[in-house]
Design a protein around this ligand. Structure first.
Ligand code: PLP
Length: 395
């Protein structure tokens, strides 16, 4: 008998969302090469890295050129200065973490898949849907049972657990991709209490925390009780534009144990076996992001994207179209007009006004009838796209 591949891959659905979008866009471009396109579909950033990060990158490259400052392998879980900088960032919001609870990563996507090593394959995943597609696919690849909880207008796209909710591993994304919805303290408390009662573990994806304003939580660890039931996965991608630079971090409290096994210690064991650390140069850039200058510069970029979001929201307001998100998140989740299906609405926007968004159905069945607009585009494109949407959709 020949080698047996991981048969769980047979259970994956075709990952067609962005592929299908790019095929449609390419076909349209070929037919209408003269028409400019306005891209509000991407989850990638358009602003360059902030100056503090760039200066740190240059300096760290120079360090590698001198024998005295050269660094070889870095500690697998993160260089101490990096772990302290992240712990300091949490401390600014009154969340106490030990630097040894912070693990450097090469981004949230990598970590969302890798972290599943900590849990037995028999543990079922609970995913609120519409969802970032990686949660479902990484769980299926690991042979895990997946249950869904629907996020919809009736629950403001913020579903809560019921007594009959079954879950071992709970994926929560707040602010959410794709809906832009953000859980408040009371709602997260319900999840934390539920997870502690059940012995479940929450995987809290905080990739968009830097967009949160006011009294809403940035971190699950702002909630009492979270240290015994949660892991937080975060990234510099959307905070500081590191999508192509690649850097993230994961927080695993030392109190987090199941069946007498300590998850923080297990992750140390995992990282020291499966990685040889993350680039010294990148970690230096990450440290610079969390300095006073870095945080100020990063906020300027986020404010710039928020301005785009306001332009889009005001266009939707003028058209009388219902939407969610946009205020504490880079995404606006709009209801397709007249009950249209999301791919039909995608075609309408592309063919009539050359504006490209993301059909909600691509984030799971619960996303049908909705459409995601991103504020990560260039302001000049966003303004034109908003004007065109008003012309097309105003009743
Ligand atoms: N989590 C969510 C919800 C995201 O939307 C994304 C990227 O779009 C990621 C994680 C991945 O982030 P990274 O670039 O750090 O892999």
């Amino acid at each position: 008998m020949s080698l047996k591949p991981n048969g769980n891959y047979r259970n994956l659905k075709e990952s067609y969302l962005f592929f299908h979008i790019s095929k449609k866009v390419e076909a349209y471009r070929k037919e209408h090469p003269e028409l400019p396109l306005y891209r509000l579909g991407i989850g990638d950033v358009s602003r360059p890295l902030c100056d503090a990060a760039i200066q740190a990158l240059h300096a760290a490259v120079d360090d590698q050129a001198e024998e005295k400052t050269f660094r070889g392998y870095t500690p697998e879980c993160g260089i101490p200065e990096f772990r302290e900088a992240v712990a300091g960032y949490y401390g600014r919001r009154g969340v106490t973490t030990d630097p040894e609870e912070i693990f450097v990563s090469s981004g949230a996507s990598d970590e969302l898949g890798d972290i599943l090593d900590l849990f037995d394959a028999s543990s079922a995943a609970l995913i609120t849907q519409p969802a970032y597609p990686a949660y479902v696919d990484a769980s299926i690849m690991a042979g895990r049972k997946v249950n869904f909880l629907t996020a919809c207008p009736e629950n403001d796209f913020l579903p809560l657990p019921g007594e009959d909710t079954e879950a071992d591993l709970i994926y929560l994304c707040s602010p959410s991709n794709p809906t832009g919805a953000v859980y408040n303290h009371e709602q997260l408390r319900e999840w934390v209490d539920y997870a502690n009662r059940r012995g479940a573990v929450i995987l809290f994806d905080a990739a968009y925390e830097a967009f949160v304003e006011g009294d809403l939580p940035h971190s699950i660890f702002e909630i009492p009780g979270a240290r015994t039931c949660a892991i937080e996965i975060c990234s510099f991608s959307k905070t500081a534009g590191f999508t192509g630079t690649r850097l993230g971090y994961t927080v695993i409290p030392k109190e987090l144990e199941r069946e007498g096994m300590n998850l923080n210690a297990m992750w140390v064991r995992n990282r020291t076996t499966k990685t040889n650390g993350i680039s010294y140069i990148l970690q230096k850039a990450g440290i610079a992001v969390f300095t006073e200058d870095g945080l100020r510069q990063v906020k300027e970029s986020i404010d710039h994207y928020k301005k785009n979001a306001r332009v889009l929201m005001s266009a939707l307001d003028e058209c009388g179209i219902r939407y969610w998100g946009g205020r504490n998140a880079p995404y606006i989740w709009m209801a397709c007009p007249d009950g249209m299906k999301s791919w039909d609405f995608f075609d309408l926007m592309l063919n009539e006004i050359q504006v490209i968004g993301t059909p909600g159905e691509g984030f799971g069945e619960a996303g049908e009838g909705f459409f995601r607009l991103s504020s990560f585009g260039k302001p000049e494109d966003t303004v034109i796209a908003a004007e065109r949407m008003k012309k097309l959709l105003k009743r």
